[in-house]
Design a protein around this ligand. Structure first.
Ligand code: CA
Length: 370
């Protein structure tokens, strides 16, 4: 199955209501999609996380190398593409571009053999995953203590049993908001917090100690991704599992995170860390280090579907037993006009659970009209 074209699709949509987290404000959502066409009429789809215009350029650069290659040699091609830009892009947008290509090749592989991609990654450990709602962002106006609690109550009403709150707006304010959300959702729902690396270790530890008693599932990106010593300090000081990794890349980057014992939970993004090929390796490495894997997911239906294919195969967190702890799906609930529009069948949660698509490849059909 020879590759005949590598196309990029840069989509963009304005939001009806801008939203903000600790470091930026969004008024537009974008998606950078990769479409790989073959001489057998099969087409594979992937998605790149990150700044869309730059990942588009990366995919166009790397895509030229793929014309005429056998699409089923994805492991070999990954190495070739990585080596091509190794001297200039071992992390960041280059690997995000490579990720979209790799996902499209795995979509093609599944379609070629007529099975879901997870079947070719070793088969499904699970057929559905529990999802947590990502939302609870800041708005341009209104009292966050009021509108965030209202939003959190809405997720419980929709069936979610877990959600993640954005923090990083000052320790005192974060602690007050976290407490208010816990009071709103009750003791049974899981609550995680995410600082998007707004803090240094001193501030992160202060916040961690303030909210420890609120049964926080994990504290995500307390400090900048480069500061693994800071991660270790936070991890040692607080009784909340420390998570991170959406800004880390490839087996080489995660090797440092794991050998330095910097995180309790790693969160590779399949559309950023190197695609399905690489995230499979990262998850296996994490298991050897006794570290949990919960993917970071922030994209269109293609990125979600690819994450689900991978999550079908991620090892259970605790060893196989009657009730092992399972990985959780990050399910972005913020406005994203592209997310479900580009896939024929929406990916939805029911009572907080999402079924893993079981059609060929990523298990989704693309709606080209959108
Ligand atoms: Ca995050």
């Amino acid at each position: 199955m020879k590759i005949t074209a590598v196309n990029t699709h840069l989509l963009s949509a304005k939001l009806s209501q801008p939203f903000a987290y600790s470091r930026a404000r969004y008024d537009t959502r974008t998606a950078m999609l990769v479409e790989i066409v073959t001489d057998q009429g099969l087409v594979g789809w992937g998605e790149c996380y990150g700044p869309a215009r730059i990942t588009k350029a990366v995919v166009e650069e790397l895509g030229q190398m793929l014309i005429g290659e056998d699409a089923l040699r994805s492991e070999f091609l990954w190495q070739e593409l990585y080596a091509r830009l190794r001297d200039h892009g071992q992390k960041g947008v280059v690997i995000q571009g490579l990720s979209g290509i790799d996902i499209a090749l795995w979509d093609l592989r599944g379609k070629y053999f007529g099975v879901p991609t997870y079947q070719l990654l070793g088969g499904a450990t699970r057929t559905e995953v529990q999802a947590y709602a990502t939302g609870l962002y800041r708005r341009d106006s209104g009292d966050p203590l009021h509108y965030l609690c209202e939003e959190a109550a809405g997720y419980i009403e929709q069936g979610f049993q877990a959600m993640k709150l954005k923090v990083g707006f000052g320790v005192r304010e974060d602690a007050a908001v976290t407490r208010a959300i816990r009071n709103t959702i009750g003791e049974d729902a899981a609550l995680m917090i995410d600082a998007n690396h707004a803090y240094d270790a001193i501030a992160a530890i202060r916040l961690g100690r303030e909210v420890e008693e609120l049964d926080i599932g994990w504290f995500e990106e307390p400090v900048p991704p480069e500061d693994l010593a800071g991660y270790r300090a936070v991890k040692a000081a607080i009784d909340i599992p420390v998570a991170g990794g959406e800004c880390e890349f490839t087996r080489y980057g995660f090797r440092e995170v794991l050998t330095q014992q910097a995180m309790d939970i790693i969160q590779p993004d399949i559309c950023a860390a190197g695609g399905l090929s690489e995230c499979k390796k990262i998850a296996d490495m994490a298991q050897a280090f006794g570290v949990r894997v919960n993917p970071h997911v922030w994209g269109s239906g293609i990125g979600i579907a690819a994450s689900l294919q991978w999550m079908a195969t991620v090892p259970t967190h605790t060893p196989t037993s009657l009730q092992p702890v399972q990985p959780l799906l990050e399910f972005d609930q913020t406005e994203h006009p592209i997310r479900q529009a580009i896939i024929a069948e929406p990916i939805v949660q029911q009572k907080g659970w999402v079924q893993i698509p079981n059609g060929p490849g990523l298990g989704i059909e693309i709606n080209r009209d959108a």
